[in-house]
Design a protein around this ligand. Structure first.
Ligand SMILES: Nc1ncnc2c1ncn2[C@@H]1O[C@H](COP(=O)(O)OP(=O)(O)OP(=O)(O)O)[C@@H](O)[C@H]1O
Length: 226
């Protein structure tokens, strides 16, 4: 079967620094692969290349059987909703200007899927899906706790009906007390929605709880899978 994501011999350089040095892995639909390793080993650089946010210097990224590495922005645009990032900083993924309700609605509007009749109920449903009271939709991000804000960012990602989530340290900035809640939410969503997840994390203990497979990265390379 065609994998959801197939990364082949990926190389990413930042000037003279070789951040990713020939990384290959694949990920099936509904599967979670964790990328673990020390700070600076190239995890985030891998993520940005997978998401098509930067072109790799060499190698290929295939998404659902299509090679996206050499696509133009125009060709890539219809695929972008299917691959959604969730970043470390919960406040960074939501515009401070927008109420949470509008931030979650924005992908629906941008993708031409907003319906004035059903849209508000869809937004409320998305907020409930991530364990937030829809009444919090009236607030702006800075009026939410870190955990609530990360949940709102996940609701926004889900508004695009993604098939792949690329989670870059999604709970690392949260208080230890709320981490487990957000992690359990991610486990639940992954199972309910059949999402493929590339889960980037520096904490091997967290990863064991969450991933089907673990790729250990060091100095730009995957040293082993377990
Ligand atoms: N925009 C950039 N410009 C220059 N060097 C960069 C840039 N982004 C990353 N690097 C370098 O590339 C290497 C890999 O960084 P990357 O952020 O991908 O690793 P990481 O494993 O995600 O680290 P962390 O867990 O600290 O985020 C590091 O040496 C880093 O300093």
């Amino acid at each position: 079967m065609t994998p959801l994501l197939d990364v082949r011999d990926l190389v990413v350089r930042h000037g003279p620094v070789v951040a990713v040095d020939g990384v290959s892995f694949s990920l099936g639909a509904g599967e979670t692969l964790a990328l673990v390793g020390p700070s600076g080993c190239g995890k985030s650089s891998t993520a940005t290349a997978v998401l098509g946010l930067r072109r790799p210097d060499a190698g290929e990224v295939w998404f659902e059987g299509r090679e996206i590495t050499r696509m133009t922005e125009r060709q890539l645009r219809p695929l972008r909703p299917a691959m959604q990032p969730v970043f470390q900083d919960p406040y960074g993924s939501l515009s401070p200007r927008l109420r949470v309700r509008d931030a979650v609605a924005e992908p629906l509007r941008v993708q031409g899927r907003w319906d004035r009749e059903t849209g508000p109920a869809r937004v409320a449903e998305l907020l409930e899906t991530v364990g937030l009271d829809p009444a919090l939709g009236d607030r702006r991000p800075y009026e939410l706790s870190g955990g609530q804000c990360q949940r709102a960012g996940i609701a926004r990602a889900l508004a695009s009906d993604p098939r792949l989530l690329v989670l870059d340290e999604p709970v690392s900035a949260l208080d230890p007390g709320v981490r487990a809640g957000v992690l359990n939410l991610l486990v639940d969503l992954r199972e309910r929605l059949g999402l493929g997840c590339l889960f980037i994390c520096h904490d091997p203990a967290l990863v064991r709880h969450f991933a089907d497979r673990v790729a250990e990265m060091r100095a730009g390379r995957i040293e082993r899978f377990s």
